[in-house]
Design a binder for this molecule. Sequence first.
Ligand code: TRP
Length: 334
Amino acid sequence: MSKPIIVSGMRSTGKLHLGHYLGVIQNWVELQHKYNSFFFVADWHALTTKYDKTEELRQDVLEVVMDWLASGLDPDTSTIYVQSHVPEIAELNIYLGMVTPQNWVERDPTLKDMAKILRTKEGQNSQISYGLMGYPVLMSADIMMMNADAVPVGADQVAHIEITRDIARRFNNIYNTEFFHEPKPLLNKCSLICGLDGNKMGKSFQNDIKISDTEEITAKKVMTAITDRSRLRKTDLGHPDECEVAFKYWQIFGNCEEIAQTRQDCESGTRGCADCKRMLGAKINERLAEIRERRRYYETHPDEVKDIISNGDKKARERASEIIKQVRELVRMY
Ligand code: TRP
């Protein structure tokens, strides 16, 4: 029996950070051998909010793919492609848009959040485009284009996958078919990593550590991480559980012994926060060393990256053209 299919994507936002790596990519790397895997860069989705800032869009796509490859996505196992290179997705997006009730997209909580962020960035008068409203439909087209069984994503995307399941069911009902699977979200067990300031890690919040940051920059950034705010001097007894960022990072990057030792040194006032963050920076760098080395390889071999993408595009289009043919039959657009 053939393996079940997974599809997932990320917007082309440029260089990725540890939130992407720990929250999503690591999960993909683990799943890629168990499933027939499709991973794509959602450059059309990037356009929903950055339609007027497209100068860096092409480079951003490459940066994302380099981070994926560096993190361990294997192009011989997984199909790695770019959304806009598979025009069948745009056609499917049209058919799905026709069967999606307006209030389904209006209800989408993630979209509401995006609209809120857009308003804080661009003022109360910022307009939500028709394209942005269509975000969940386009995302459904991405997923249904491969007729996926499951979608490995972070918890923030689950509401979108629910809409996809609803759209798949509705399409099947309307056209009297069982053609489309109802894809399930596949969440990983990993806990969410917060940003250096304790808020959600995000590129625009300037609180992130990039996969591609140098060791020096990483070390410097880690020194800005919030610790136990009640601890003013090194000899004050610390409270690791109230340490807002640094100890949380230890719990992600340290082994059991290192975590226990850190707790002990903090509680007994023998390790100050600055020393603790110096050690933590070194720990994070150690964990990322191999990934960063691989990334440097791809940075110096951009043609290899482009070849990987065009191979992936081709494989993705093979599957997409089979699916779209059947969809046209079902909708009677032939
Ligand atoms: N919305 C996702 C994000 O912001 C990106 C995405 C677009 C996606 N299409 C998808 C994820 C399809 C999974 C499946 O990260």
